[in-house]
Design a protein around this ligand. Structure first.
Ligand SMILES: Nc1ncnc2c1ncn2[C@@H]1O[C@H](COP(=O)(O)OP(=O)(O)OP(=O)(O)O)[C@@H](O)[C@H]1O
Length: 307
């Protein structure tokens, strides 16, 4: 009998998991799995639990927000032997990455997709050779948002919390002098925002990272916003984001890369998958191509697009 473990953060999002838990277990059981359920007790508990149990499960399913998913991926990346596929049942406040994987918001449906789904390979990011990130590493405006927003506020406002905080931080944009080095671009300038991502949606907003996002092309999208000096530049930026056409915007760089370094004289705070990622004077971001398998619903066009 194949073994599935279901690791869940009981407090994530609005704790909706409690209404769906029994049905989710039934879905996996009826699909022929021997099911183990593990509710996490604290940050890093999910990571440690799975790390210690390498080789014991055929499929790892997790439910929570981006932070919980990040822990599960991190454990699997550290496995020495086979890396089991990961199923994700989102229950966080924004769930950007789930949107990119076309995972339904309804938890029981998400479980059904996993039970009948297939694994697809996905690129993963690595920050300064250590911490992994699934879909976004960023600094500057907006990035304080997710780790500075308390859980109860996130639960209350959901995705609006991000937008509200984002607008607030727009009023106090602090530029950072940064040297950016990649094969595609070498530049030294003042930036208010920098993002390296592998997702169609960031902070609940689609299109921020440009178009043509492919989760397994070995490339992440880079979006850099320069210091904004006048109202015309603000307008340019708004137009670029609304039209999703970044080419004519002088205050923005948008390109794809597999490796990029950010260097600055002062330490800059980073966020990795919406969680605090530390303060760094040098941040090296690298793509690990197709490092993880996610189980998603079998779908002709999706399979075509991803493979
Ligand atoms: N039982 C727990 N108590 C406290 N924190 C936990 C617990 N289980 C997990 N965590 C930690 O809480 C952090 C946030 O959890 P998670 O990402 O699952 O939910 P969220 O914050 O609601 O979602 P999102 O990040 O999408 O808004 C994670 O870093 C996770 O490790």
């Amino acid at each position: 009998m194949k073994k599935i473990v279901f690791v869940l953060n009981p407090h994530s999002g609005k704790a909706l998991i409690k209404n769906a838990l029994l049905k989710i277990i039934q879905v996996f059981s009826e699909a022929g799995y021997d099911v183990t359920v593990y509710p996490t007790k604290a940050p890093l508990d999910g990571y440690e639990y799975l790390k210690k149990r390498e080789g014991q499960y055929d499929v790892l399913v997790c439910s929570g927000g981006d932070g919980t998913l990040n822990e599960v991926v991190r454990a699997v990346l550290e496995y020495q032997g086979d890396k089991p596929p990961i199923g994700y049942i989102p229950s966080g406040s924004t769930n950007d990455f789930a949107t990119s994987l076309n995972i339904p918001k309804d938890m029981v449906r998400a479980a059904q997709h996993i039970a009948a789904g297939e694994p697809v390979q996905c690129d993963i990011g690595r920050a300064n050779g250590e911490r992994s990130f699934n879909y976004v590493a960023a600094f500057g405006a907006f990035t304080e948002v997710s780790y500075a927003t308390p859980q109860h506020l996130k639960n209350l406002l959901g995705h609006q919390a991000y937008v509200l905080e984002g607008v607030k931080s727009l009023a106090a944009l602090k530029p950072y002098k940064v040297k950016v080095t990649s094969n595609e671009l070498q530049v030294e300038d003042s930036f208010v925002y920098g993002m390296v991502s592998n997702t169609e949606s960031v902070g609940g907003m689609r299109g921020l990272a440009g178009t043509g996002v492919d989760l397994q092309d070995g490339l992440f999208e880079v979006t850099l916003i320069k210091e904004i000096k006048n109202p015309m530049e603000v307008q340019q930026l708004v137009t670029a984001f609304l039209s999703k056409n970044f080419e004519k915007c002088d205050v923005l760089y948008s390109f794809k890369t597999s490796k990029i370094t950010f260097e600055s004289e002062e330490a800059i705070k980073w966020t990795l998958d919406g969680e605090y990622g530390g303060e760094w004077k040098e941040m090296r971001l690298e793509v690990e191509p197709r490092a993880i398998e996610f189980i998603i619903k079998k779908r002709k066009e999706k399979t075509k697009k991803l493979n």
